[in-house]
Design a protein around this ligand. Sequence first.
Ligand code: ZN
Length: 301
Amino acid sequence: MNCLLCNNNETKEIYNYQDGSFVKESKKYFANVRVRTCENCKISFCTNIVKENLDNFYKSIYQNFQNKKIDRFKEFNSRFFSQVLFFINHVKLHKNIKVLEVGPNNLGILPSLKIFQEKIYYYYFDQILLDHKHNNIIKLGNYFDPNTSKLPEIDLIWMSHSLEHIMPKELIKVIKTYHDALKKSGKIFIEIPNDVKRKSFNVPHTLFFEKEGLIKLFEKLNFKIIALSEIDGVDHFNFSNIKNENKTSKIEKKTFFNKLYLFIQKFIPDKYVKKYAFKHFISNGPNSNFPIIRLIVEKKN
Ligand SMILES: [Zn+2]
């Protein structure tokens, strides 16, 4: 398979997929998947993933997430919070902007964005149905398909840990479609795990970028780089020592008390949830202590 970016046919097999989590599902849907690398573009990609298998994989692992009630105290965790702080450090959040989030899972960025801009129109693609109390939340579909999905005009696209899940053959088309849907000077926020730095190659990740590869991709597709940040892993910080993290993993179980706990939350005013969450937000996350890359790009007109 030629390079997705430069079409060079001298891609190399440097890395191999490893056993990640969801071993049973991975074996079923991703037997013998392979990675090739374009050393020129600093991009690696899966050469033989089947779209149907990818969809079925998500369906099987998402079964447990379906209809799961939102824990409001987890809407604000350190990953979301630091992403938004990074973003507003570079870009103003205007009133009534239209934000599209690709793959928010059961939480997403909306509650954290709303701390800084109350008036947001929010669209998303995910197999999961979001259960936030806010207005103007519109689900556009289970997943984004560049061939069939219709997009409204958008100011900002939020891709937190979703770029590395795109079907490699569709990558260019997906980003081009986003470019078309963005308004003048529209932005995309991207965060991906730095899998190449970690030497971690696991399904369902299908794309692996180094910093230079990300820049090359977006510049080629007519975007300007506004900000880029590589964040190293935080091995020195032992997150498992934080009391609250152990507590929250216990209450995640589907016990009667957990259901009651989630039910009662509905009646707690927003400002108390926020007050608590901000005070303790470091113990509500992060989702990983692995190295990541963050990027904000702007549509060139
Ligand atoms: Zn290349």
